[in-house]
Design a protein around this ligand. Structure first.
Ligand code: GAR
Length: 192
């Protein structure tokens, strides 16, 4: 069985979309893959509730309890590796990862970013797209490399930026597309 470990920090709607798609599309039977664990750096991440309800193992590792980024990432890798992951999926995991962590998961670490990369790496992507006068925005699933929000693109989806859009309205429009492309990208990566 190919184990998927999903890392979240908050709502976990992308994680939930992957879990639901895995069930609907019978990933266990068709891909020999399953969501084995959901890991959060925040104990109050809402997504943990959903994961527990689904009977998925959950783990919390509070980055504030660690003296350095390296120490947190080393423990995080230990927690993840207990689940023998074929793929580690960053789904709204709001931590910058150390080069050592990224290297450890080379080729099996993916992220979703709420912009059409390489445009708008980093934070506040929707407001920045609006401020730049973009007519289109979107989201990107990419392989994770040492540099933040850079790395080979796996999937993208495009949405229009509409007159009068706020960052919240645009984020919601983009998020519906994230929920479509992330499960699709994960399935594709696991079927190789
Ligand atoms: C998503 O929009 C995701 O693209 C973004 O955080 C949100 C998480 O939502 N990720 C980043 O900004 C990464 N830098 P979710 O917790 O409901 O999946």
């Amino acid at each position: 069985m190919k184990n998927i470990v999903i890392l979240i920090s908050g709502g976990g709607s992308n994680m939930a979309a992957i879990v639901k798609t895995a069930r609907q599309e019978h990933w266990e039977r068709r891909l020999g893959a399953r969501v084995a664990a959901v890991v959060s750096n925040k104990a109050d991440a809402k997504g943990l509730v959903f994961a527990r309800e689904q009977g998925i193992a959950t783990e919390v590792l509070d980055h504030k309890q660690f003296p350095s980024r390296e120490a947190f990432d080393a423990e995080l890798a230990m927690v993840i590796d207990r689940h023998d992951p074929a793929l580690v999926v960053l789904a709204g995991f709001m931590r910058i990862l150390t080069p050592g962590f990224v290297a450890h998961y080379a080729g099996r670490l993916v992220n979703i970013h709420p912009s059409l990369l390489p445009a708008f790496t980093g934070l506040h992507t929707h407001q920045r797209a609006i401020d730049a006068g973009c007519k289109f925005a979107g989201c990107t699933v990419h392989q994770v490399t040492a540099e933040l929000d850079v790395g080979p693109i796996v999937e993208q989806a495009v949405v229009p930026v509409l007159p009068g859009d706020t960052a919240e309205l645009l984020a919601a429009r983009v998020l519906t597309q994230e929920h479509l492309i992330y499960p699709r990208a994960v399935a594709r990566l696991l079927s190789h």
